[in-house]
Design a protein around this ligand. Structure first.
Ligand SMILES: [Zn+2]
Length: 523
C-alpha cells in the first residue's frame, strides 16, 4: 500500500469525521465542553476582582475551614501552651501567634505563589498589602523588632516564629490535617458537580523536582550508589531519603531527583484526586491508585449512575488503567498510539490504520490496530453506534455497533468480552476462565484514535490538560523548578495546600454560577 493511498484514506477519514461531528449523538456519554474556563486560573480570579488577601480570608471563613481546621488548630494551640507531658502551663509568655494564624500565613503564601516564607513575610509587610494584613488580622503590632531579624511589619509572624511552630507540630500532623481539609472540600465540590463538565476527566502527571539528593539505585545490582558523605557539606549526601531518581532528560528540565505528582482533573481543571510518588515509579501504577482512590472516596458524593470519560496520553495505555477506570464507572479515552506530531507517532498511527485483525464470529468486519471497525464488504464507511452504561455494581460498560447502510451487514462488539489472539491476528471471545487482564478492553470501546467523539474529549485535554501543569508551575510554582523539599510529606503538604486553594476557588465559582442562573430565572 503506497503513501498516496494512505493520504487519500486520511482525507476521506477527515471528511467522515466532519460529517459525523455534526450528527454525533452522545447518548449516555457526557457532551464535550467548549469555552469552559479553569475555575482555578488567575484570569478567573481577576475577573472576580479578588486580591490574595480576599481569597485567603474567604477560605479561612469557609464552613469547611471552620469545621475541619479550627478544632484541630485549637488543640494544637493548647498543646503549645503546655509542657511536653501536658500536665502544666509552660512558664513565660504564651506564643504570640496561634496555630490558625500560622496556617493562614502558609495558605497566603501559596495563594500568592511564593516558594519561601521569607518572601511571604516581606510582601505582607510591605506598603501595598495593608489591606491584606487587615483582612488576615496581622495589622496590629505585636512583637518588638529583634536585632538581626529582617525588618518586617511587627504584626506579621516572623520566620523564626514560623520555624518554631513548624518544628513544634511537625510535617506529619500538618500534612494529615491539610489532607482532611482537602478531602472535605472535594466532597463538597462533588456535591455541586452535576453537569457534563464534571463528568469529563483528564489525567497527566508532572515532575516535582528537588534540590537535594534522593537515593540513586543501580538497576543491575540494586545498590544505592550515592550514599556516603558529601565532601562539600560534610553531611550525608542523600538529603531526600524517600525521594526517587531518574536520569534527567529534555535538557535537564525533566527527571532528576524528586517526585511525580499525578492529578485527576475534571473539565474545569479541578484536581478531584491525586497521588505523589517517587519520580521513578511507573505513572501507570500511580494512575491506577489515583483512579481507585477517587472511586472509593469521592465517587459516592457525585451524582451516581452516570458514565464518565477520562482522557490521558498513550503513556498510560495499559490494561490495569483501563480496568481501574471501568471499576470506577469511567470509560477510558486512551490510545496505544500518541496523537503527537512527531514523525514516529504519525508513522505508528498509519501502521495501526493499515492493520487488519479478524473478529471471531463475523467475516463482514475487521478491526484495524486502533480497534476501529473496517467493513469488508467494500461499501464504504459504516454507521457507528456508541453505547455506554453503568452496571448494577457501578462498573462502566461500553459497546460499539457498526452497520453498513448499503448492504446491511452489522457487528456488535462489547468491550471486555474479547481478547487478542495471534496467527492470524484477531480478537476472539474471552472465556470466564481467562484472567481479567487478558481482556482487550479497547475492542468495543468506541472512543478510538480516529473517532470524532474521542477527538473532542482529547482536544480538551490538550488545551486544558497540558496548560494545567503549566498553570500549576506558573501560578503556584509547585513544579516549575527544583524545590527545597526534604521529604515526600513536604511535597504532599504543599500539594494539599495548593489543591485546597484550587478546590475552594472552584466551589466559590460553582456557587457563583448557580447564583447567576438563579438571577436569570428570576428575571
Ligand atoms: Zn456493505
Amino acid at each position: 500500500m503506497g503513501s498516496a493511498r494512505t493520504a487519500e484514506q486520511r482525507q476521506s477519514r477527515e471528511r467522515g469525521a466532519v460529517a459525523l461531528s455534526q450528527r454525533l449523538r452522545f447518548g449516555q456519554f457526557p457532551e464535550p465542553q467548549d469555552g469552559l474556563r479553569f475555575l482555578t486560573s488567575r484570569r478567573h480570579e481577576a475577573h472576580a476582582k479578588k486580591s490574595d488577601g480576599d481569597i485567603t480570608a474567604a477560605i479561612r471563613e469557609s464552613e469547611q475551614w471552620q469545621e475541619v481546621m479550627v478544632p484541630v488548630l485549637e488543640q494544637w494551640a493548647e498543646r503549645r501552651r503546655r509542657t511536653k507531658d501536658g500536665s502544666r502551663l509552660k512558664p513565660g509568655p504564651a506564643p504570640m501567634y496561634s496555630p490558625e494564624e500560622f496556617e493562614v500565613m502558609e495558605l497566603y503564601r501559596r495563594v500568592m505563589g511564593a516558594t519561601s516564607y521569607r518572601a511571604t513575610v516581606e510582601r505582607l509587610s510591605g506598603f501595598g498589602t495593608h489591606r491584606d494584613r487587615r483582612l488576615l488580622g496581622f495589622d496590629q503590632e505585636r512583637q518588638a523588632i529583634r536585632r538581626g531579624e529582617p525588618i518586617t511589619f511587627p504584626g506579621v509572624p516572623s520566620e523564626t516564629a514560623m520555624s518554631k511552630y513548624r518544628s513544634d507540630i511537625g510535617d506529619d500532623e500538618r500534612e494529615e490535617l491539610w489532607s482532611r481539609f482537602l478531602t472535605r472540600l472535594r466532597r463538597d465540590y462533588a456535591a455541586l458537580s452535576d453537569d457534563d463538565a464534571s463528568r469529563i476527566f483528564h489525567l497527566d502527571g508532572t515532575h516535582v523536582r528537588v534540590q537535594g539528593q534522593a537515593p540513586i539505585v543501580d538497576p543491575n545490582t540494586g545498590e544505592v550508589v550515592n550514599d556516603g558523605i558529601n565532601p562539600r557539606t560534610g553531611r550525608p549526601a542523600i538529603t531526600v531519603p524517600d525521594g526517587g531518581y531518574i536520569p534527567p532528560f529534555r535538557k535537564g528540565t525533566k527527571g532528576g531527583h524528586g517526585f511525580t505528582l499525578v492529578p485527576l482533573l475534571d473539565n474545569r481543571g479541578v484536581p478531584v484526586a491525586h497521588a505523589v510518588e517517587r519520580i521513578h515509579e511507573a505513572e501507570k501504577d500511580i494512575a491506577v491508585n489515583v483512579i481507585s482512590s477517587w472511586a472509593a472516596e469521592l465517587r459516592p458524593h457525585y451524582p451516581t449512575n452516570v458514565v464518565r470519560v477520562l482522557s490521558a496520553d498513550s503513556g498510560l495505555n495499559s490494561p490495569r488503567v483501563r480496568i481501574a477506570c471501568r471499576n470506577a464507572g469511567i470509560i477510558e479515552n486512551l490510545h496505544p498510539v500518541s496523537h503527537g506530531d512527531a514523525p514516529e507517532s504519525r508513522r505508528r498511527a498509519d501502521d495501526y490504520d493499515r492493520m487488519r485483525w479478524g473478529i471471531a464470529g463475523t467475516d463482514a468486519f475487521k478491526l484495524n490496530g486502533h480497534r476501529e471497525l473496517v467493513p469488508m464488504c467494500g461499501c464504504g464507511t459504516p454507521t457507528i453506534a456508541r453505547q455506554a452504561w453503568i452496571g448494577k455494581l457501578g462498573k462502566a460498560y461500553t459497546r460499539l455497533k457498526g452497520t453498513c447502510s448499503t448492504c446491511g451487514e452489522t457487528v456488535t462488539l462489547t468491550s471486555g468480552r474479547k481478547r487478542r489472539a495471534q496467527n492470524p491476528d484477531s480478537v476472539v471471545r474471552k472465556s470466564y476462565r481467562d484472567p481479567e487482564l487478558s481482556a482487550d478492553l479497547a475492542a468495543g470501546n468506541p472512543l478510538t484514535y480516529n473517532d470524532p467523539m474521542s477527538l473532542q474529549y482529547g482536544a480538551a485535554r490538550f488545551s486544558r490538560g497540558e496548560g494545567w501543569n503549566g498553570a500549576l508551575a506558573r501560578r503556584y510554582k509547585l513544579n516549575n523548578k527544583r524545590r527545597r523539599f526534604r521529604s515526600r510529606r513536604q511535597v504532599e503538604l504543599e500539594t494539599n495546600i495548593v489543591f485546597s486553594i484550587m478546590v475552594s476557588l472552584a466551589i466559590a465559582g460553582r456557587e457563583h454560577e448557580a447564583g447567576a442562573v438563579q438571577q436569570q430565572l428570576a428575571a
